[in-house]
Design a protein. Structure first.
Length: 116
C-alpha cells in the first residue's frame, strides 16, 4: 500500500518504467513495484518522450480519448487493422481516412522502434 498518494495521472508503460527505474536507484522497490518494473521492461516499445508525444498528438490533433491514446502509445500498432481494433471504444466512429491519417502519424515511430 502506498504511504501517501501525492497525485494520480495516467502514464505510458515507458513513463512508468522510467519512474520506477529512478526510484530503484534511490531506494529498494517493493515487491509490486519490482513486478511492475519487470513488466514495463519487457513491454516498453517507445522512449518516454516519444510516447508522451504520441499521446498528446492523438488527443489534441486527432481528438482521440485519453484511454485510447494511451493504449495506442503502449501497443504501437504495426498495421492499420490493429489501430482500428484499438479505436473500437471511441465514442466517435472514425472513417477509414481518419484511421489512415492516424496510422501515417504513427508510422515513423513504428519504423524507428520496431523496424517495420
Amino acid at each position: 500500500m502506498p504511504k501517501n498518494v501525492l497525485s494520480k495521472k495516467p502514464l505510458t508503460i515507458t513513463e512508468a518504467m522510467e519512474i520506477l527505474q529512478k526510484r530503484s536507484e534511490e531506494d529498494e522497490l517493493s515487491y509490486w513495484q519490482r513486478v511492475a518494473y519487470e513488466h514495463a521492461m519487457q513491454h516498453a516499445r517507445v522512449d518516454p518522450g516519444d510516447s508522451r508525444k504520441i499521446v498528446e498528438t492523438l488527443m489534441n490533433e486527432f481528438e482521440i480519448t485519453e484511454l485510447s491514446a494511451f493504449s495506442i502509445a503502449n501497443v504501437l500498432p504495426t498495421r492499420p487493422e490493429e489501430l482500428k481494433d484499438l479505436l473500437q471504444k471511441e465514442p466517435k466512429i472514425l472513417t477509414d481516412s481518419e484511421i489512415k491519417a492516424i496510422f501515417d502519424f504513427l508510422r515513423p515511430f513504428v519504423q524507428k522502434y520496431l523496424g517495420e
